[in-house]
Each structure stands twice: as C-alpha cells, then as structure tokens.
Design a protein around this ligand. Structure first.
Ligand SMILES: Nc1nc2c(ncn2[C@@H]2O[C@H](COP(=O)(O)OP(=O)(O)OP(=O)(O)O)[C@@H](O)[C@H]2O)c(=O)[nH]1
Ligand SMILES: [Mg+2]
Ligand SMILES: [Zn+2]
Length: 351
C-alpha cells in the first residue's frame, strides 16, 4: 500500500475536514474504503492500512468503495461513515427492490464502451444519468479504437447523448493513447470506471498502473461480450496519485432516484416536455403534447424520445418501489423491536 503522508493524497477535502472538526472525539481517525467484502472492509489512510469488520445497519446505508469513514482509537472498528460528496447507486438486480451503492466520493466518471458490438446508446444514457445526478463530471471513453477501422461514427453518436459531453477514443493497452485522460488523473482525484463486461475497464486500469495486476479476459469473438472477469469493486492508486475504482461489468443497470440526472441528460426533451398542455402528459398520445409535435417535425430524435420515456417510467417505478420497501422494512424493524422489548419487559416481570 502507498505510504502517503497527506490525507489529501487519498482524496480528503473540505467537506470531510468540516465533519472531522465537528467530531467531539479527537481519537477517531479518518480512513478511505478501498475494497468491500462481505464481512470485512479494507480501509487505508496515510500510514494506516487495515481490514476491519463491515459496519451493519448504518443510517447512510452500507459502506461502499470510496467512502470515508472514522475508525476508533483501536483502528479495528468503523464508528461512522462520513457524508459523501457524490454517490452512485442503482436498483440491485432481483425482484425485491433494493438499492445497491456502486461508489462514493468520486470526482470523475469514465463511462467505458468499445468501438464494436458493445456500443449501445441506451446503456450509455443510463450511466450518464447516474453520473449527472451525482453531479460528477462524466466522460465517455471508447476503447478498442485500434481494432476498428473508423471510430468517428461511434464518437459522433456518443457526443449526442448528453449536452456538452466529452468523448475520447483509446487503445486501453497502450499508455500513450491514454494520455488524453491524464488531465482527469491529478493526485488525490477519484475516478470510477463503469461499463459493461469486456469493454476494457481492468485493462485500462492495468495500463495506467503500469502493471498487469488485475486479471482481464478476452471478450467473446462472436458478439464482443465480456466474461465478467472482475467480480468486486476496488480502488487502485495510480503512479501519479489519482485513485481509480475498477468495477465489475453490470448485466443490468436499473435506474433509481436519478430524476434530475435524467432531466439533464435528456435536456432537449425535458425542455419540450415543459411546454406540453397537460402537466401530467405522458407524451404518448395527448393533445397539445410538445414532445410529440417535435417528433412530428423531426426536431428531436424519435429513438431518443422512446428511450427517454422508458427511462423516466423505470426510474419512477423503482424509486417508488424502493421507498415503499424501505418504509415496510422500517416498520417491520420497529415492530420487531417492540416485540423484543415487550418480551424483555414480560421476562423482567416474571423474574
Ligand atoms: N486491442 C484492444 N484490446 C482491448 C482494449 N481494451 C480491452 N481490450 C481487451 O479486451 C478484453 C477484455 O478486457 P477487460 O479489461 O477484462 O474488460 P473489463 O471491462 O474489465 O471486463 P469485466 O471485468 O468482465 O467487467 C481483454 O482481452 C483486453 O485485452 C483496447 O483498447 N484494444
Ligand atoms: Mg474487469
Ligand atoms: Zn407531452
């Protein structure tokens, strides 16, 4: 592990410093979460590196990679999770409407896709909504430019996916070609890599590390799909001092609680929707629908409108279902606590 001397090298900033000043207990120490396992969390700070038990039932939800935590004097117990400067989350796969945290305190998001069959506008828009909602700068990084005859069409299609979007094409195996990313990789910066399996997230991390530490695997030849090689999220410190969060390629990225992110990514459509006659217009067939009128006049891309409608519906559905689930869990928790305290009182009386 790095033996840095300054917390800032680990990404510590003013928001974290304020939280430390507010702490009464001066013996606690801050540390950054580099890796989360089922029962242990790997945390580190200047001259500190420990695996400590995963804190359970924390009000800020489970601890996630990139989090800042306070560890007690013994260095063996996480006492609290600090407020985050940014947080990425999705609806966890499965039918039970849980939320899954992806990474916290990220400064820049590299949304990785390849110049091949993996390229998919609808998927990129999902990642972009998550990034914009978290208020994090997002870049699209198109890998495997070296394997493709002409990457310009991918760049053109990517650029249209959100206002002011930066798109870079690279060969993830070659350090020089990654120089276009260097301005985002200053010391103490945290960058998360998101993208489907096989696009080269770990390859890119290895090349920036200058080592082949992380396993990578060839994608399938017939459809360019990856083999889900990386299975856990992990932070790596680059030689220049930036922190890179490599993540496993997600099979499914269901949006939740990213309404403002969606509005931002689909700004041209959101703008139109404000002009619809009915405030609750679903933009399907209503009279006076400004979105449908714009489609009619070819002022907006009809495919993008279709994708937007789908995402808005999905986001609302997941957000409401997760909120309901949370409320249900909370009342079950309360009920459970009441039963326990009742039982204990009865026992006390009997004794
Ligand atoms: N030629 C070339 N090959 C690349 C490039 N990026 C990745 N690859 C290859 O693509 C394959 C998959 O790369 P990985 O880095 O394992 O992909 P990943 O995104 O980490 O995938 P998961 O861990 O499964 O999510 C490997 O064989 C890499 O060598 C690139 O820009 N050019
Ligand atoms: Mg990987
Ligand atoms: Zn409408």
């Amino acid at each position: 592990m790095p033996v840095n001397t300054k917390l800032a090298d680990f990404g510590w900033g003013p928001l974290q410093e304020r939280q430390r000043s507010a702490q009464a207990d001066q013996n606690i120490r801050p540390a950054r979460v580099l890796d989360v396992h089922r029962s242990l969390v790997h945390v580190a700070a200047p001259s500190f590196d420990e695996s400590v038990p995963t804190p359970l039932n924390h009000e800020k939800g489970p601890v996630t990679v990139g989090d800042w935590v306070f560890v007690d004097e013994s260095g063996k117990r996480i006492v609290s999770i600090l407020d985050r400067t940014s947080l990425f989350r999705r609806r966890a796969p499965g039918t039970d409407y849980r939320e899954q945290l992806i990474a916290a305190n990220v400064d820049t998001l590299f949304i990785v896709s390849s110049c091949n069959h993996d390229f998919n506008e609808a998927r990129l828009e999902r990642y972009l909504a998550i990034g914009r909602d978290a208020g994090v700068m997002s870049l699209i990084v198109l890998t495997k430019a070296d394997l493709c005859e002409d990457s310009s069409d991918y760049v053109r299609r990517s650029s249209k996916l959100a206002p002011g979007l930066i798109v870079e094409t690279v060969n993830a195996l070659e350090r020089e070609s990654l120089a276009v990313l260097d301005s985002w990789l200053a010391s103490g910066q945290t960058i998360a890599l998101l993208g489907s399996s096989g696009v080269g997230k770990s390859t890119l991390t290895n090349t920036l590390l200058g080592r082949r530490d992380i396993s990578t695997q060839e994608a399938r030849a017939d459809d360019d799909r990856g083999r889900h090689t990386t299975t856990s999220r992990q932070m790596h410190q680059l030689p220049g001092g930036a922190w890179l969060v490599d993540t496993p390629g997600m099979r499914e990225l269901q949006l939740t609680d990213v309404r403002s992110g969606l509005d931002d990514v689909f700004a041209e459509i959101t703008e139109l929707a404000r002009k619809c006659r009915f405030a609750d217009c679903t933009h399907n067939a209503e009279p006076g629908c400004a979105v449908l009128a714009a489609v009619e006049n070819s002022e907006v891309d009809v495919d993008r409108v279709t994708r937007w409608r789908k995402l808005v519906r999905e986001e609302a559905h997941n957000r409401e279902s997760i909120a309901e689930r949370r409320a249900r869990d909370k009342s079950t928790g309360k009920l459970y606590k009441t039963i326990i305290s009742e039982t204990q009182r009865k026992k006390g009386r009997e004794a």
